[in-house]
Ligand binder design. Structure first.
Ligand code: BES
Ligand code: MN
Ligand code: ZN
Length: 503
């Protein structure tokens, strides 16, 4: 879809739809009063009949006929004045885009000066609206072959309307920035939504190569034999139950000083998690195609960062495997030797994410990262603790955690910290090996992180458990059902804020 900026007056716009926004209970702004007058009190009557009050996610569609050049006027609620900010704006823009797309209205004008969000810069306003519209109109419909004409059409073009010519440039920059980030988010969503039969570990590697091809990133892929030679025993252990061979995918982006230490992003890439011999129940097992959500986010972030030319060095590492039960699978009780040399007693083959991440974290040491951040759909316990409204964050550096939490607040991808006290490590001590891969029922998200911490000792490190946020079950204003691409916007924001200035 095309997103453009122009200067003009809202009520003079000739467009299939003029989109206006309103705060809850604040419907007597100069613009809305004028609209009401022109429409002979239509807004007053709608408010009187309780059809619209400006609540969050509320919409009101008006047909002005010959009274306005616009064919339709769509009012969208921003909710209460208190707390109205970028996230509400993304949601309102997403709500409007969904509403119009479902009614096959594919072109509209979104009025910005009427937005009652004074403290946000023009760039950020344009950025927020662009994200809201673009991410709301995302669809994963490539496998629908029948009745494609019934699918909601792609949005064609939307205009952001401003009143000052001076803002046009800033807005255009905000749009361009947001579109680059959205490409990363949508790549991540596509990869998560793809079925397990299509996305083998090697398929993910090919996707990484394609990103590298487009953007000039360096891509290295370690195959079975190299993984054996290097000794990634924990990762290989997980992979051995599947006929589809594992891949360790490494993408390198160099936008910073040649001597600047990189940020390492590490993403769990289990293309399907059946649990292995510790088999999962059948119900909703299909959703475990999303168990590469962390890896998808790393690939999406690498793409966005290079499109944006962020002045930072990055390395993205995705251990890609499939966790299946079979005659060649590891069994409960097996002991694996990880790349770090530490031995791990595998008491539950379904706790596979931490095994592959252990080796990926150890592998990351070669890049001497300044910061390491891993993302993983790691524990069901995280969904129990936080539900679907926040990603859990744990780590060994409060400063890094605070920066990420703040990036989460800015982007609407919220994080909530869980403690990682030394006491929890007792739960993952093995009687006969260095570690065991499960810590019992209490604090499952924390003991999984405590396990990872053993492999991140040399880093400034944070772990994001996205088990509850990588997949959307119901659909939210700018997050349709399915893969969410969570973490891409968060990480890009973090990287933009945390960059040491280029000298
Ligand atoms: N991929 C799952 C975690 C998961 C569960 C992600 C639900 C998203 C939604 C992970 O590999 C797993 O199976 N974890 C086990 C660990 C347990 C055996 C210690 C779990 O959470 O049950
Ligand atoms: Mn599992
Ligand atoms: Zn898993």
């Amino acid at each position: 879809m095309d997103l453009k900026v122009k200067r003009g007056e809202p009520l003079k716009q000739k467009t299939p739809c003029l989109v206006l926004s309103a705060l809850e209970g604040k419907l007597r702004t100069p613009l809305l009063k004028e609209l009401d007058q022109v429409l002979d009190g239509a807004l007053t009557r709608a408010v009187r009949d309780k059809e619209f009050s400006g609540k969050q996610k509320e919409t009101l569609l008006l047909h002005p006929g010959k009274r306005l050049p616009a064919e339709r006027v769509l009012l969208v609620g921003l909710g209460k004045e208190k707390g109205a900010g970028l996230e509400r704006l993304r949601q309102a823009a997403g709500t409007a885009a969904n509403f119009l797309q479902n009614r096959k209205v594919t072109s509209f004008v979104f009025d910005l000066p009427s937005l009652p969000l004074r403290r946000i810069s023009p760039q950020d306003l344009a950025h927020g609206i662009t994200e809201g519209i673009t991410l709301a109109s995302y669809r994963f419909d490539r496998y629908r072959t029948e009745k494609r004409e019934e699918l909601p059409p792609q949005l064609q073009e939307s205009w952001l309307l401003v009143d000052k010519q001076a803002q046009v440039n800033d807005m255009e920059q905000g749009i361009a920035r947001a579109l680059a980030i959205c490409r990363g988010v949508m790549l991540a969503r596509d990869l998560v939504n793809m079925p397990g039969n299509v996305k083998s570990p090697d398929f993910l590697a090919q996707q990484a190569r394609a990103i590298a091809e487009e953007t000039g990133l360096k891509c290295t892929v370690l195959e079975q034999k190299e993984l054996e030679e290097e000794g990634l025993g924990a990762m290989l252990g997980v992979a051995q139950g599947s006929v589809r061979e594992p891949r360790l995918i490494i993408l390198e982006y160099r936008g910073g000083n040649s001597d600047a230490r990189p940020v390492a992003l590490i993403g769990k890439g289990v293309v399907f998690d059946a649990g292995g011999i510790s088999l999962k129940p059948a119900e909703k097992m299909d959703e475990m195609k999303m168990d590469m959500g962390g890896g998808a986010t790393v690939l999406g972030t690498m793409l966005a960062a290079s499109l944006l030319k962020l002045p930072v060095n990055l390395v993205g590492i995705v251990p890609a495997v499939e966790n299946l039960p079979s005659g060649s699978a590891i069994r409960p009780g097996d002991i694996l030797t990880s790349l770090s040399g530490r031995t791990i007693e595998v008491l539950n083959t379904d706790a596979e994410g931490r095994l592959i991440l252990a080796d990926a974290l150890t592998y990351a040491k070669r890049f001497d990262p300044r910061v390491a951040i891993d993302l993983a759909t790691l524990t069901g316990a995280c969904v129990i603790a936080l539900g679907h409204h926040a990603t859990a964050i744990l780590g060994n550096h409060e400063g890094l955690i605070r920066q990420l939490i703040s990036a989460g607040e800015q982007t609407g991808e919220r994080l909530w910290q869980l403690p990682l006290w030394e006491d929890y490590a007792a739960q993952i001590k093995s009687d006969i090996a260095d570690l065991k891969n499960i810590g019992g029922r209490p604090a499952g998200t924390i003991t999984a992180a405590a396990f990872l911490q053993k492999f991140a000792e040399e880093f400034t490190w944070a772990h994001l458990d996205i088990a509850g946020t990588a997949w959307e079950e119901k659909g939210r204003p700018y997050t349709p059902k399915g893969g969410t691409g969570v973490g891409v916007r968060l990480l890009v924001h973090y990287l933009r804020q945390s960059m040491p200035p280029r000298s």
